[in-house]
Design a protein around this ligand. Structure first.
Ligand SMILES: Nc1ncnc2c1ncn2[C@@H]1O[C@H](COP(=O)(O)OP(=O)(O)OP(=O)(O)O)[C@@H](O)[C@H]1O
Ligand SMILES: [Mg+2]
Length: 259
C-alpha cells in the first residue's frame, strides 16, 4: 500500500541545493507543476517515475512511505506503482481498444464486467472524437490515445501514482480533469501550463533553472480565481468546439459568449 511519496531535494542546473526540506504527497492528493520551458518540470516527474536515488541529473531522492524503495519495485515494470502519460505516449500493441482494456483488466484480476465499458465511457468524456471499442489502439490519434490511457490508469491500472505531462494539449476537457482532482484516491501530479488546473490543486510547485523555486498552497482567493477562470474557460471552450466543428467564429458569437 502506498500511503505517501516523499521527494528529497536535489540541485539546480548550477548544482545549487534546492530550497525545500522535503515534499510529501499523500494518497488522494493532487499537485501541479508550473514553470517556464526548460525549467525542469518533466525532469521532476521523471525523477518520480524512475524512483530516483541521487542517480539522475537533478540528484533528487524519492521515498515511498518514508523509505527507499527496494530494487524490485524500481526495476520491475510490473511492480512499478507509477503510470506516466506524456504528450508522446503511444500504444504499440496490435490490439483493439476492447482487447487492450480486457487484457489489462484480466491481468489485474478485475471481474467487473462493466469495467471495459466504464473505461471507454470515461475516455470518451475526455476526448472530442469518440473512441470505439473495435478501433485498433495503434490508429487512435494522440489525444485519443492519451484519453484512453488516462481513463485506463484511473479505472483499471493499479498504479497509485499518476504523472501527467501537459495533457491539456490533448484536447482533454477540463471539467472532467477537475472532477478527477476532487475525487481521486491516487496521487496525481499535473505538469501544466493551464491556470485553471494549476489553481485547482492543493499545492503547486514553481520550477526554475532545474529546481523547485517555490511551493504555493491553495488559498481562498486563488480558489475563487480558479472558479472565475473556469467560467471564462468554459466560454472559450464553446468557441473552441465551434471552431473545431468548422463553424465561422463571428464577433457576434464571441460577444454573445463573453458578454
Ligand atoms: N536540476 C537539473 N540539473 C541538470 N539538468 C537538468 C535539471 N533539471 C532539468 N534538467 C535538464 O534540463 C532540460 C530541460 O528540462 P525539462 O525537460 O524538465 O524542462 P520542462 O520544464 O519540462 O520544459 P518544457 O516546458 O519545454 O517541457 C532537460 O534536458 C533536463 O534533463
Ligand atoms: Mg516538459
Amino acid at each position: 500500500m502506498i500511503k505517501e511519496i516523499t521527494i528529497l531535494p536535489g540541485q539546480d542546473k548550477n548544482e545549487n541545493k534546492e530550497i525545500f526540506d522535503q515534499i510529501t504527497l499523500q494518497a488522494g492528493e493532487t499537485i501541479s507543476i508550473v514553470g517556464p520551458t526548460g525549467s525542469g518540470k518533466t525532469a521532476f516527474i521523471t525523477d518520480i517515475e524512475l524512483l530516483a536515488q541521487g542517480d539522475t541529473s537533478t540528484r533528487r531522492y524519492i521515498l515511498i512511505n518514508g523509505k527507499i524503495p527496494p530494487d524490485e519495485i524500481r526495476y520491475d515494470p510490473a511492480q512499478k506503482p507509477i503510470a506516466m502519460i506524456t504528450q508522446n505516449t503511444k500504444c504499440f500493441a496490435d490490439l483493439s481498444v476492447q482487447e487492450f482494456l480486457t487484457i489489462h483488466a484480466r491481468a489485474r484480476k478485475i471481474n467487473n464486467q462493466q469495467i471495459v465499458g466504464d473505461t471507454l465511457k470515461l475516455a470518451n468524456k475526455f476526448t472530442g472524437e469518440k473512441i470505439k471499442l473495435q478501433n485498433k489502439v495503434t490508429i487512435l490519434s494522440g489525444g485519443q490515445t492519451r484519453s484512453l490511457l488516462i481513463a485506463d490508469a484511473l479505472l483499471i491500472g493499479a498504479a497509485p501514482i499518476i504523472l501527467l505531462d501537459e495533457i491539456e494539449n490533448a484536447g482533454i476537457f477540463k471539467q472532467e480533469v477537475l472532477e478527477i482532482i476532487r475525487s481521486t484516491s491516487k496521487i496525481i501530479i499535473f505538469v501544466t501550463h493551464d491556470p485553471v488546473i494549476a489553481l485547482s490543486t492543493k499545492k503547486r510547485l514553481i520550477m526554475g533553472n532545474g529546481a523547485v523555486k517555490k511551493i504555493v498552497f491553495q488559498n481562498k482567493s486563488e480558489s475563487g480565481a480558479a472558479q472565475n477562470l473556469l467560467e471564462f474557460d468554459q466560454k472559450m471552450g464553446i468557441i473552441r468546439e465551434n471552431l473545431r466543428a468548422g463553424y465561422e467564429i463571428t464577433q457576434e458569437l464571441v460577444s454573445a459568449n463573453f458578454a
